[in-house]
Design a protein around this ligand. Structure first.
Ligand code: HEM
Length: 226
């Protein structure tokens, strides 16, 4: 972590020693609020959609996490990269189990990946060579899944009749308590050896990550909002 002059933090009205995890949280606060307020997300959470809409989201998440977790494997091989890759976060096997439950054994033949997902996955595939870009995207997805994702799982169970099957994406079997894990994850982010430019690039990239999610929700909304 850089602790000398930190124009990025100063620009945001934060102390010059602000840790990266705080810069990411504060730097994406507006984007987070916007994501929560997307029509597709609100309607899904309120029980106004159906299992088909959720299944469509799960299909997109398969493409997204396949790309993210391929980048994770590359990042692990970079100097210092191992610190920010956690096996217990891996989501692809859970999503595949959900898709087999939702779509049946031929789920892989039924996948319809949306244009916004293709763009998001393409960017994720590029992050395997950049610790800052990867950290931004992994933060946006995994800390989100461990935070709001837990609320989303309960709403999906309540409104669409799921028990454990079909929504295992939101269940981290090896992380019984998200709070201490998230704290440890933030510590790892803060300890990354990134200079000021790289930290600024990470915040910009996290904003882009939220924008990719917003674009995806917009496309899902066009398909599923009545
Ligand atoms: C219905 C939608 C959503 C709800 C209800 C929601 C809710 C929440 C809540 C309550 C927290 C704070 C948890 C805590 O303080 O530990 C949180 C954190 C977070 N959410 Fe969301 N969220 C939603 C959508 C999203 C989306 C779409 C993304 C990005 C793809 C996202 C990314 C994050 C991240 C990265 C954090 C961690 C913030 C930090 O502490 O640095 N969330 N969310």
């Amino acid at each position: 972590m850089t602790t000398t002059t930190d124009p990025l933090a100063v620009e945001q009205g934060l102390p010059a020693t602000t840790p990266l995890s705080t810069l990411l949280r504060e730097g994406t606060r507006t984007e987070h609020e916007a994501a929560e307020q997307m029509g597709f997300v609100e309607s899904l959470m309120a029980g106004r959609l159906d299992r088909a809409a959720y299944t469509d989201l799960a299909v997109q998440q398969h493409a997204i996490y396949t790309a993210l977790e391929a980048a994770s494997a590359q990042i692990r091989a970079l100097p210092g990269g191992d610190a920010i890759v956690f096996d217990e976060l891996t989501r692809v096997p859970s999503i595949e189990a959900d898709l087999a439950f939702l779509l049946g054994p031929d789920w892989a033949q039924q996948m319809r990946v949306l244009p916004a997902t293709e763009r998001y996955a393409a960017r994720l595939r590029e992050t395997g060579t950049s610790l800052a870009a990867y950290a931004a995207h992994a933060y946006t997805r995994y800390l989100g899944d461990l935070s709001g994702g837990q609320i989303i799982q309960r709403m999906l169970q309540r409104h669409y009749g799921f028990e454990a099957e079909g929504v295992s994406f939101y269940h981290f079997a090896e992380i019984p308590k998200p709070k201490p894990f998230k704290d440890a994850y933030r510590d790892r982010l803060d300890a990354l050896d990134l200079d000021e430019d790289a930290r600024a690039a990470a915040v910009t990239e996290a904003k882009h990550a939220f924008e990719h999610n917003r674009a995806l929700f917009a496309e899902l909304g066009e398909l599923h909002l009545r």
